[in-house]
Design a binder for this molecule. Sequence first.
Ligand SMILES: CC(C)(COP(=O)(O)OP(=O)(O)OC[C@H]1O[C@@H](n2cnc3c(N)ncnc32)[C@H](O)[C@@H]1OP(=O)(O)O)[C@@H](O)C(=O)NCCC(=O)NCCS
Length: 173
Amino acid sequence: MAEPMPILRPATAQDVPAMVAIYNQSVAVNTASWDTEPQTVPERRAWFEERSAAGQAILIAEVAGRVVGWASWGPFRGKAGYRMTREDTLYVDESARGLGVGRLLLGGLVSTAREAGVHVLMAAVSHENDVSIALHEKLGFVEVGRLPQAGAKFGRWLDLVLLQLTLDDRPLP
Ligand SMILES: CC(C)(COP(=O)(O)OP(=O)(O)OC[C@H]1O[C@@H](n2cnc3c(N)ncnc32)[C@H](O)[C@@H]1OP(=O)(O)O)[C@@H](O)C(=O)NCCC(=O)NCCS
């Protein structure tokens, strides 16, 4: 029997534990996240409440009622001049990777960012993360910078790859 298709929906506070579990899979074994310690549910809950209150997108991909991935956009840098620029983040459960869930989530993020009037969407990705770089480029992101040895994890240097998607060409409001 064919796998049911993933659906995309806004996240709710009840999704936070599942989001943390998926995120911590990456903290432990890869350089997608540059955290070195697992995240806690209260930490992610605080993040969730802050982003929700600010109207920033948090999306869930779900298959047959199970959370298989999540994605969000939020601040790129804190100063007011960056208010039209946002940075994305996305994580897919290891059991559901390579099945189109990441593409669905990132497509949803781009749509919500466009609807919210975001001008530039950024991604900051480890140079080791070929899958994420390829996914972003498939959705139109362009590499605009590489910061050599900007980080370190598992005893090795990490370069930070910056990818950018400019969402519109309207004049500055
Ligand atoms: C990166 C990640 C979000 C991609 O999501 P995914 O659901 O696995 O990816 P998809 O199945 O939607 O594939 C999207 C594209 O990625 C590429 N891709 C996917 N799996 C790949 C693999 N194993 N090797 C190479 N490229 C791959 C393909 O180009 C694919 O395009 P296609 O649909 O035209 O074939 C997911 O693998 C993940 O969560 N990884 C760990 C956490 C992470 O890296 N997060 C991103 C931090 S910046």
